[in-house]
Design a protein around this ligand. Structure first.
Ligand code: BEZ
Length: 178
């Protein structure tokens, strides 16, 4: 993926809209890859599922906490993407009290498939999900790539390390110093 442009995809998000009355003041909002990536330097990380233990206990909260350090390295946004729909992603974000990391729902898996990162997780009853990876993306182009080892369908293990925020920060700092 290094040097390649991220795929052009339309994401279906749900946003709060105060003009809507009643108990569920949300509406659909389409967001494109350009909306997320154009003219910005971002970290994107992708994981197997909202609410899963490693993602909820380490990866997402650590990215959230370390956001100021990423900003100091020139990162404008941190995005977390998962093959989950907008309702699930919003509920996960709420449960994590997120203020810094933005969640992207890739419910149909289109972005993940076009990134070449879609894997079967039928062994867990998950269906098609994302392999764990992260990337530094500058104006839509992949500048740095962090893919966990062992890309495969129905993997027995869930490797996590290369795509941790600590590792990415280290590599960003090394790149700046070089
Ligand atoms: C985890 O994040 O711990 C996890 C991810 C996918 C499946 C099971 C667990």
């Amino acid at each position: 993926m290094l040097g390649r442009r991220v795929p052009d995809v339309t994401f279906r998000t749900r946003v709060r809209d105060e003009s809507i009355e009643g108990p569920n003041p949300f509406r659909w909002q389409e967001m494109t890859s350009d909306d997320y990536f154009k003219g910005k330097k971002v970290v994107l990380f992708s994981l197997p599922g909202a609410f899963t233990p490693t993602c909820s206990t380490y990866q997402l909260p650590d990215f959230e906490k370390l956001f100021p350090e990423f900003q100091a390295e020139g990162i404008d946004e941190i995005y977390c993407i998962s093959v989950n729909d907008a309702f699930v992603m919003n509920a996960w974000g709420k449960s994590q009290n997120l203020e810094n990391v933005k969640l992207i729902p890739d419910g149909s898996g289109e972005f993940t498939r076009k990134m070449g990162m879609l894997v079967a997780k039928d062994n867990l009853g998950f269906g098609m999900r994302s392999w764990r990876y992260a990337a530094v993306i500058n104006d839509g182009f992949v500048e740095q790539w962090f893919e966990e080892e062992g890309f495969s369908d129905n993997c027995d293990t869930d490797p996590y390390g290369v795509s941790s925020p600590q590792n990415i920060l280290e590599k960003l700092t090394e790149k700046k110093a070089a």
